[in-house]
Design a protein around this ligand. Structure first.
Ligand code: CA
Length: 225
């Protein structure tokens, strides 16, 4: 796990970095708000530990800018005061958790693991393109708020295409995955199945989620334009 520690008090920063590295985390550190925002917007971190009182931009405005730009990296807001104010302001600004100083490294690690479980769990179970979402755990398909009823094959096909939006799959690749070799390569089962999926999705949205690539196959769009 790669973590960014944003903390201007050197002693506290060193204590966090040492503790995290000892437990196998890869750590970047930053001691001011301006650099922290640049790092948060440009580098992929699993979690950012963000002090609220900082030289340069403060933690709350960093958080707000991140969320405004669609950067959803989990953030644990940290502040010197255990006042409820900072906690509420931090969570309101988009923090995933809040920790009051002083704290034990073990508590920080526990929070990091909890956030990681939540975010990876959600990502693993959900595929999403625009308004279309597939829940792999419940096998529920939604377009916006509308539930779409797909057969198991239709679901598997859509799920396969949604693994890599924008990537083109040939009919053979789709057949191999969805029908698992139990098919006659000369049939048009893929086209028939795609047609049924499109028809069902079209009842809920005008967006053409599954594009035909002439002479090649099909692909899931990246995001509706
Ligand atoms: Ca500080």
């Amino acid at each position: 796990m790669k973590v960014l520690v944003v903390e201007d008090e050197k002693k506290i920063a060193d204590f966090m970095i040492k503790g995290l590295e000892a437990r196998g985390f890869a750590v970047d550190a930053c001691d001011n708000g301006d650099d922290a925002l640049i790092l948060a917007l440009t580098r992929p971190y699993d979690t950012i530990i963000l002090d609220i009182m900082l030289p340069g931009k403060d933690g709350i405005s960093i958080l707000k800018s991140m969320r405004l730009k669609g950067v959803n990296t989990p953030v644990i807001a940290v502040s010197a005061r255990s006042e409820l104010d900072d906690r509420i302001t931090g969570l309101d600004a988009g923090a995933d958790d809040y920790l009051a100083k002083p704290f034990f490294v073990d508590e920080l690690i526990a929070r990091l693991h909890a956030i990681n479980r939540r975010t990876t769990g959600a990502q693993l179970n959900l595929r999403r393109v625009g308004e279309l979402s597939l829940n792999l755990a419940t096998r529920e398909v939604l377009v916006g708020e509308v539930r779409i009823d797909l057969s198991p094959r239709e679901f598997n096909l859509l799920e396969f295409l949604m693994r890599s939006p924008g990537r083109v799959y040939t009919r053979t690749q789709i057949m191999e995955y969805v029908w698992q070799y139990d098919f006659d390569p000369n049939t048009n089962i893929v086209d028939v199945c795609i047609k049924r999926i499109r028809k069902k999705l079209a009842e809920a949205s005008p967006v053409n989620f599954v594009e035909t690539i002439r002479g090649v196959g099909y692909r899931m769009i990246r995001e509706p334009s």
